[in-house]
Design a protein around this ligand. Structure first.
Ligand SMILES: Nc1nc2c([nH]c(=O)n2[C@@H]2O[C@H](COP(=O)(O)OP(=O)(O)OP(=O)(O)O)[C@@H](O)[C@H]2O)c(=O)[nH]1
Length: 112
């Protein structure tokens, strides 16, 4: 909501007592109604949107396990090939993540 109409990866904030893997599974189930398995932890990106708000974005490459995809919180969802990710208008914090995905794909290191 704070970056309305920008593209973001589905996810959300870690709750207390939760691991980052538990968090991403819970958030994807809550937001998209599907079960996923995190396969590869990418590098975090620390980003400051305003002086009062800093986020650590912790990206995972995940595998779809099961479930019917339902949009519970987002306006729109799309599947995008790694080579086309940079064409979208991303939330600022996401830009370095896109570069990581592109270079992993170029090196054939995406576990998909
Ligand atoms: N999920 C997600 N959030 C991102 C990305 N990039 C980015 O800047 N953010 C920001 O990181 C924050 C994540 O919070 P969220 O609102 O998704 O978390 P949440 O589901 O736990 O929400 P809640 O606090 O309303 O329960 C938001 O300010 C969001 O705009 C991204 O790629 N994915």
């Amino acid at each position: 909501m704070s970056h309305a109409l920008k593209w973001e990866f589905p996810g959300g904030k870690i709750e207390s007592g939760e691991t980052k893997e538990e968090c991403i599974k819970r958030e994807i189930k809550e937001e998209l109604n599907i079960e996923i398995e995190p396969l590869l932890l990418l590098q975090s990106n620390f980003h400051s949107y305003h002086s009062d708000k800093e986020i650590e974005l912790i990206p995972f490459v995940c595998r779809y396990i099961k479930g019917k995809l339902i949009l519970r919180e987002h306006q729109q969802i799309i599947w995008v090939k790694p080579s086309k990710l940079a064409l979208l208008d991303w939330a600022e914090a996401d830009i370095p993540i896109i570069s990581q995905i592109k270079s992993l794909e170029a090196d054939n290191k995406l576990p998909l």
